[in-house]
Design a protein around this ligand. Structure first.
Ligand code: SAM
Ligand code: SF4
Length: 317
């Protein structure tokens, strides 16, 4: 479907849960989230109806996210039913990877075609510090299991954090030489969850180019990353700069939160509820959300916070 500014919107990011087994310091509060009543959240049937409504409007790409999607009990059923929806060409999933060792194969069998795995450091203690409870070994085992399960074009998502992992840029980038994976550096966004981070933590992606002058630019696809490659590498390096270089003109997505709110823009609090609606009602809300998509997310910068009004785990990153 085309939005009011001529952009083709065909990519739905579906958050299947707000819950997570980690507590990353830039995303979630230390004590987690208030437990919501089941009735407030989308049911599996509503999620599938929403995917059908989106597909009827020309959406063809679906990303399953959260919170942590792998903690969702009926995740495999959601994925296989969504994969069977007419018009959906690709289902991708974003995860912290720690539960992938048990789930990588079943997810592939359920029709998930690609996975993105978040990993901000290769240091065991720093991983435990940033996630407040995770084990680096579980995340690394998750990456191995995704490779073993036959996933291709696996992407490692690394949030670039000044004073935390900028001294690991070369080591993280080297993963693309040693493994068949892409590594994407993402600028830390000034969201509600990242209030504890000061301006010095919000490094522009240009820092990666400064540290790795041997990076060669390659042609980008339809995504929002600028792509580069290290000599002899098996995968690409992507730079995603939501703060220093807004990519709103190329935006092709909307989000659906686990409690049934369509969000046309990550950094706006505007929402369109689909909870409890039938197919026609959902189609109508999708149309309103796409047509209500703002041209850009305004002034977002290292000093101007996002207007999202929700933590990332409650939107669907
Ligand atoms: N739990 C899954 C994971 O961590 O991959 C999926 C959900 S998580 C909200 C999706 C992505 O958002 C992760 O790659 C995470 O690092 C990123 N993220 C969360 N808060 C962020 C922030 N303030 N700035 C930049 N990226 C953020
Ligand atoms: Fe959980 Fe992902 Fe947020 Fe980390 S970034 S707390 S893994 S939802």
């Amino acid at each position: 479907m085309t939005d009011a500014f001529g952009r083709e919107i065909y990519y739905l990011r579906l958050s299947v849960t707000e819950r997570c087994n980690l507590r990353c310091r830039y995303c979630m509060p230390a004590d987690g989230i208030c437990k919501k009543s089941h009735e407030d959240m989308l049911t599996e049937d509503e999620m599938i109806l929403a995917v059908e409504a989106a597909a009827a409007l020309g959406f063809k790409k679906l990303r399953i996210t959260g919170g942590e999607p792998l903690v969702k009990k009926n995740l495999l059923s959601i994925c296989s039913r969504a994969a069977a929806v007419d018009g959906i060409e690709e289902i991708c999933l974003t995860t912290n990877g720690t539960l992938l060792p048990h789930l990588a194969k079943p997810l592939r069998e359920a029709g998930v075609s690609r996975v993105n795995i978040s990993l901000d450091t290769l240091d065991r203690e720093k991983y435990a510090y940033m996630t407040r409870r995770g084990a680096l070994s579980s995340a690394l085992a998750g990456i191995e299991s995704a490779i073993d399960a036959g996933f291709t074009r696996i992407k490692i998502n690394t949030v670039l954090i000044g004073g935390f992992n900028d001294n690991e840029i070369c080591d993280l980038a080297a993963l693309t030489v040693n493994y068949p994976v892409d590594v994407r550096f993402i600028e830390l966004m000034p969201m509600d969850g990242s209030r504890g981070f000061d301006q010095a933590a919000m490094l522009p992606c240009e820092t990666v180019l400064d540290r790795l002058p041997e990076l060669k630019p390659i042609e980008a696809g339809d995504g929002v990353a600028r792509l580069y490659r290290l000599p002899g590498a098996r995968g690409n390096i992507g730079l995603i700069s939501p703060v220093s270089r807004h990519f709103c003109a190329a935006c092709n997505r909307i989000r659906l939160t686990a409690d049934g709110k369509l969000r046309p823009c990550l950094h706006s609090s505007a929402e369109y509820s689909i909870k409890g609606l039938d197919f026609d009602g959902m189609v109508e809300q999708f149309q309103k959300a796409v047509l209500g998509k703002p041209m850009c997310h305004g002034e977002l910068s290292a000093v101007k916070r996002s207007g999202a009004g929700r933590m990332m785990n409650r939107i669907g990153g």
